[in-house]
Design a protein around this ligand. Structure first.
Ligand SMILES: Nc1ncnc2c1ncn2[C@@H]1O[C@H](COP(=O)(O)OP(=O)(O)OP(=O)(O)O)[C@@H](O)[C@H]1O
Ligand SMILES: [Mg+2]
Length: 257
């Protein structure tokens, strides 16, 4: 049976698409047959992160009833399958919403994990369904965290199970909310901490996921660790000279060395 992992957030712009794309590629790197779907019809951009240019057909063609989900799966980095949203200015209709949930269920059985890049906020309910695992992405700011809690409540109302919080764009600054505060507010464990890192944006310029372009960067190691945890694998980050130096520099900057 396919596992559905929804990447959701209360606030927009906190890194859902970035994390969904890189997590899916990381799962594929570990040998899982993985697909990733962009369900943000209004602001689709997953395909760009994964280097897929102008796909001729996309999810909008499935929602209009013309195609089946298996017809719009494209080959991406490391063999991950990409399901792009396509572009429409019309947004969703009620009928589209029902179609979307039905199409997600029609994902070919050979896909072991489907990572779902959900729209921000309440619109996420258009993809959320019974039996899904939900990752809540937030940044370490008070307003983002209170919205993350609302998202967790929504996900559970829709029948999903929160499997943890991904704390993204962490800079280890004093003004940031602590992990303990995040866990207490959202009532869920922080299972991944991803630093704010220029490599995330640099990879975008190459239209490649950072986990492929910069596999030894800190965000990549964190995503690989998260992916490994989700599938019960052990992962030990490569102890390259480079990663040791970056660890040292980051530690120095944060006054930890
Ligand atoms: N760890 C990080 N370090 C640096 N930049 C990051 C990091 N994570 C995400 N970004 C950048 O932040 C911006 C927003 O990320 P992204 O598009 O993934 O967010 P989103 O939650 O999907 O947004 P939306 O709600 O609009 O769909 C992008 O420019 C992305 O490159
Ligand atoms: Mg997005």
């Amino acid at each position: 049976m396919t596992r559905y992992i929804v990447v959701a957030s209360g606030k927009g712009g906190v890194g859902k698409t970035t994390i969904a794309a890189n997590l899916a590629v990381a799962l594929a790197m570990f040998g899982k047959r993985t697909a990733v779907i962009d369900t943000d019809i209004v602001m689709a951009n997953l395909e760009i992160i994964l280097g897929l240019r102008n796909p001729p057909v996309a999810l909008i063609d499935v929602l209009s009833g013309r195609l089946n989900i298996k017809d719009i799966m494209y080959e991406g980095p490391e063999g991950v399958k990409i399901i792009p949203a396509g572009i429409t200015l019309d947004g969703f209709s009620e009928q589209n919403m029902e179609m979307l949930k039905a199409s997600i269920k029609e994902i070919p059985k050979n896909i072991e994990i489907l990572v779902i890049d959900a729209p921000a906020g309440r619109d996420a309910s258009m993809v959320m369904d019974e039996g899904q695992e939900v990752l809540i992405v937030t940044i370490p700011q008070v307003s983002s965290i209170s919205d993350a809690l609302k998202m967790k409540i929504l996900a559970e109302k829709m029948g999903g199970k929160t499997i943890g919080v991904v704390l993204n764009m962490v800079e280890n600054r004093a003004r940031e909310v602590t992990i303990e505060e995040v866990e207490n507010t959202i009532d869920s464990n922080v299972i991944s901490i991803i630093p704010s890192d220029d490599k995330v944006k640099e990879a975008l310029a190459y239209e490649m996921p950072f986990v492929v372009r910069y596999p030894e960067s800190r965000p990549s190691r964190e995503i690989l660790r998260l992916a490994a945890g989700l599938i019960g694998k052990d992962y030990h980050p490569p102890e390259s000279i480079f990663s040791r130096i970056t660890d040292f520099i980051v530690g120095l900057r944060n006054g930890k060395v």
